[in-house]
Structures are given as structure tokens and as C-alpha cells.
Design a protein around this ligand. Structure first.
Ligand code: SF4
Length: 357
């Protein structure tokens, strides 16, 4: 089935967006304008719980207040530039921010699971050689409200406005390079009067910034951490992840161990399998040695071919042998299924296509 492609012609909004404000800041905003502070809570609930995308929809607010609000604020500050839907119910949104920059987010629906994959930066500064998001470098960090809006927009696509069950922070950008804004958004995502998503169902992925990993561990939250390794030794990893020499595998693994000690949560190690580069059974054995004795799980992700990048998918035989070699060494391993491939669900591809890059 061909994807449904929708374009919107709306102008990008200049007014501040509701989710740019914290709950407290919005109460103050109302008070400063002589409006009851309780209205702030009401308006936030309309957006966070009831899926309202315009003040007109907030039918229990006085008409005059709705008019005043519409002149001063927008419920959502992003615009849907493209909306793609695959036959497997995966949705991808390309959102236009108020400065015209573009970000991607994805909704993956399987059985009773509704997972949102969100971005934290415009572009990415890590430059992993297999990734479309890193090709143009990082343009800027997203604000907390822009991260939260991706969740709201994806939740609004769920049938009957059902809650998102999981969040994976694995879209465009290095999440730990924008940790404060991410934490701000996740506070609302996990709050009972926010999006009500359990912290244990939220996975934060990182290429490995040890100081930030330790900071995350010290927060006392139950977020799940996924560390992208992609190679079993520094030499190979530095070819795949150009920022690797700044930290190195040993200090990344130490920080991951610290995360486990502090939170009791098993760390997942992500490994994008690139045909002919890091996919030998010998690499798997070396990886097993590196992870031996750790409470670790490995997610193997067969590379999605990306236009403009020279890498290729591993052969089915190489994938099977890699997996088997890890299992033989007693490492828990899973191959990540490919969802929504017909709509370029791999991170950063749609944005580059629209930007003509
Ligand atoms: S894989 Fe992740 S960390 Fe690496 S360049 Fe892409 S978005 Fe950045």
C-alpha cells in the first residue's frame, strides 16, 4: 500500500505556544492579564489530555477568553509539513518549527503498544557515518516545549486519543546534548496531569556522553538508557562514530555501569549492523567479551540503506551469524524489527528529502 502523504499550507505561527510555558509560568501569564489562574490548568488539560489543537475547541471557556487567547497564543507552535502513514500503522510527521526548521517524529503502533520516537535537536552533531540526521551537523537544540509537542502531535494521531504507552528518544539529535530541555519535556510526559506515561517506558538513547550519563543516573528516575556502541573496539568505533575519541569505550561503559548501579535498570546496547564493516562473527565475539559480566542487553539493528550514504545492509547470513555468536557467549540479544520502511522511517531521511539535500 502506498503511504498517505498530506501536506499543509499553513503559515508558521509567530505567537508563543502554550507548551513553551511550564504549568507555573502559564498560571502567572494568566494572572498578569487579569484572568483567573485556574484557566491555565483548564487550557493545558485541553491540549495535553483532550487533544485540542485550537482554542475554538475549548468549549468550556468563555467565548471572549477563547478570542483573547487566540490573539496572544497558539495551542501548538509546530505545523505539520508532511504526514506519512505506512500500511503497518506507522506514522511519520515532519514538523515545521517557528523558525522554519524541520524535525521528524514517528508513531509506531503494535498490538496495544503505541510508541513515540522523538527528536531532541535540529540535525545532530555526532556525525555517525550511517545516519542521515548527522549529515548536515547540528543546527540547534529543541526547547522543552518543542520536544513535548512531538508527543502531543503523535498522541493526537492515536485512535480515540489513547495514551502513548512508550517513548523512545532516538530521533534526530543526541538527547544527552540537550538534557535539560529533554528532562523538562519528560516531566510533563510522565505527570498524571500531563501525558501519564510511565518513566520505566521511556528509553533515552545516547552515543555515549559519560558525564551526562552519570547525571541522568543521579536523578533517581526510572528512565531506561540505551547506549549506541556500533563497534566492539575504539579503532572501529572511531570510524563509525567520529566523536568516539573524545570519550572512548572504556569511559562510556564505566558510566553505563554507574547508571545500572544507581538505578537498577539494565542498560541496552545498540549496535547498527553495517554490511562488511562491523558485522563479522569475530566482532560479535569481541563485543561479548566487552560486555561480559555486565547486566546488558544488545539490540542489533540491521542498517537501513540511506540515499547519499555508501553503506549497505548486512546479508541475512551475516545477521544470523552475528546474533548466534553473541548468544553463544551468553549475551541477551534481539534484532530490532524494521517498521514503516516504506515511509523512510529511518531517522532524518524525510527531512533531507524535503530540504532537497
Ligand atoms: S545516529 Fe543518533 S547520534 Fe548518531 S548522528 Fe544520527 S541522530 Fe546523531
Amino acid at each position: 500500500m502506498l503511504p498517505i502523504i498530506r501536506k499543509t499550507a499553513d503559515a508558521v505561527q509567530e505567537l508563543p505556544a502554550l507548551l513553551d510555558f511550564s504549568a507555573q509560568a502559564l498560571r502567572e501569564w494568566f494572572q498578569q492579564r487579569g484572568k483567573p489562574a485556574m484557566r491555565a490548568r483548564q487550557v493545558r488539560r485541553w491540549v495535553l489530555e483532550a487533544g485540542a489543537e485550537s482554542f475554538e475547541q475549548m468549549t468550556d471557556l468563555p467565548r471572549s477568553l477563547r478570542r483573547d487567547l487566540a490573539a496572544a497564543l497558539v495551542p501548538l507552535g509546530t505545523r505539520i509539513e508532511r504526514h506519512l502513514q505506512a500500511a503497518d500503522r506507522t506514522h511519520k510527521l515532519l514538523l515545521k518549527l517557528r523558525d522554519n526548521r524541520l524535525i521528524e517524529c514517528v508513531l509506531i503502533q503494535e498490538d496495544n503498544r503505541r510508541s513515540a520516537c522523538i527528536s531532541t535537536q535540529v540535525g545532530c552533531g555526532m556525525g555517525c557515518v550511517f545516519c542521515a540526521s548527522g549529515l548536515g551537523g547540528v543546527e540547534r537544540n529543541l526547547a522543552g516545549g518543542e520536544i513535548l509537542e512531538q508527543l502531543v502531535r503523535l498522541r493526537n494521531l492515536c485512535p480515540d486519543l489513547q495514551r502513548l504507552t512508550h517513548i523512545v528518544v532516538m530521533g534526530m539529535g543526541e538527547p544527552l546534548a540537550n538534557l535539560d530541555a529533554l528532562l523538562e519535556a519528560l516531566e510533563v510526559a510522565t505527570a498524571a496531569d500531563g501525558l501519564g506515561i510511565g518513566a520505566r517506558h521511556i528509553t533515552i538513547s545516547t552515543v555515549g556522553l559519560p558525564a551526562k550519563m552519570r547525571r541522568l543516573a543521579d536523578l533517581g528516575k526510572q528512565y531506561h538508557l540505551a547506549v549506541s556502541l556500533h563497534a566492539p573496539n575504539d579503532e572501529l568505533r572511531s570510524q563509525i562514530v567520529p566523536t568516539n575519541p573524545q570519550n572512548g569505550l572504556a569511559s562510556i561503559l564505566e558510566a553505563a555501569d554507574y547508571f545500572f548501579e544507581q538505578t537498577g535498570r539494565q542498560v541496552t546496547y545498540e549496535y547498527v549492523l553495517l554490511g562488511g564493516i562491523n558485522d563479522l562473527a569475530g566482532h560479535a565475539r569481541e563485543l561479548a567479551l566487552l560486555l561480559r559480566g555486565r547486566h546488558a542487553h544488545v539490540n542489533v539493528i540491521p542498517f537501513n540503506e540511506v540515499e547519499g550514504l555508501p553503506h549497505r545492509r548486512p546479508t541475512p547470513e551475516a545477521l544470523a551469524a552475528f546474533q548466534a555468536a553473541l548468544r553463544q557467549q551468553g549475551i541477551s540479544v534481539k534484532v530490532r524489527k524494521r517498521k514503516g520502511s516504506e515511509i523512510d522511517a529511518a531517522c532524518g531521511q524525510l527531512r533531507r528529502q524535503v530540504l532537497g539535500q
